[in-house]
Ligand binder design. Sequence first.
Ligand SMILES: [Zn+2]
Length: 385
Amino acid sequence: MINFLQRYVCINTAYPNPDYQSVIALFKKHALDDGFLVNELLLPSGNPMLIVTMLGSSFELPSLALNHHMDVVPADNLDEWRFPPFSGTVSEGLIYGRGTQDCKGLGVAQYAALKMLKQKQLNTQRTIHLIMVPDEERGGFHGTKEFVEHPIFSSLNIGYVLDEGMPSASNRELLIKVDERTPIQIRVTSSGLQAHACELFAQNCVHVLTDFLAKIVTFNLAQQRLVGLHQPGELICMHITSLSANNGALNVIPSQAQATIDIRIPSRLSLDEGIALIDSLLQDYTTITYEILATSKERFKPIKSESIFYKTLAQAVLDYNLTPKPFVFQATTDARFYTHRGIQVIGFTPFSVVPNLHGTDEHISIKDLDQGTTILYTFLHSFCM
Ligand SMILES: [Zn+2]
């Protein structure tokens, strides 16, 4: 398993040229040797993906998908890494490399758990698919979005997806992702008249914009004060991410100033309610307009703690003497494309390492890999037999 993860990490699947074919070849060989069915799929964008299947005896039961993405974010700051990011170096019980946490380590643990079930020759009722998707780190539009629209998708009869979550940074508990937020990224434009900067009463579009942006800062600070009563992922987050004005000279008031704002809304708010909130913050600013640059019409639908899916996973964590802790993810993942189709999704990365997704010296421990495999195996055994 360690060697398998090392080889996976050695395949560079960072942009701009993610080598998906080598990943698929690696898993395909293992899966065929281990007696699984494999199905290679080419998406309309040209991105490939792989489905490894263990058929259950009851075809009418909705199947379970163990999902992970093959792509990783770049690691160009080579000098700052303790070991080369695409080497999978093992040192002092830790496996280093880009993607060990996000999410190649998870993919290997999922595969190992499925293989363990197969090796014990336990015949499950429920069909289990291991699904490997491309393009998650760029929004999943040329990965999972195309997959759920592909004709083969409905034939897989997927009812449940176990997708990536977050390591817990704890030897006592594991995080179970039950919900996530949706981004609304906007550009605001404040317009006025160009004027000489010496005029006391000159209309100044920069002043109008900064006055509005101060409201955004105040709003965000007020949300920060609610942490304790709520998890950060249950709150609304607003961050100013750029600021510019078309100034040509020090003594000229510009005619236009712009800013971009990244807004994250929790699942309890509809997209329309999120947009209404932006409108209400802007209502006194008649010279400011805005446009939405990016959002997602596919929304994550939270999983209920009473569901059998959640309860079975939580029990598998308890059986390993760890405490399951439901948590709300602050960012967005591919999971939304599945929940949008009525599929129940839980995010679960069963590792105790301190989260360092996308970071320098990303690593997991060998113990994490064992722990993850054992817990996933226990879950598969309970949920699919
Ligand atoms: Zn990820």
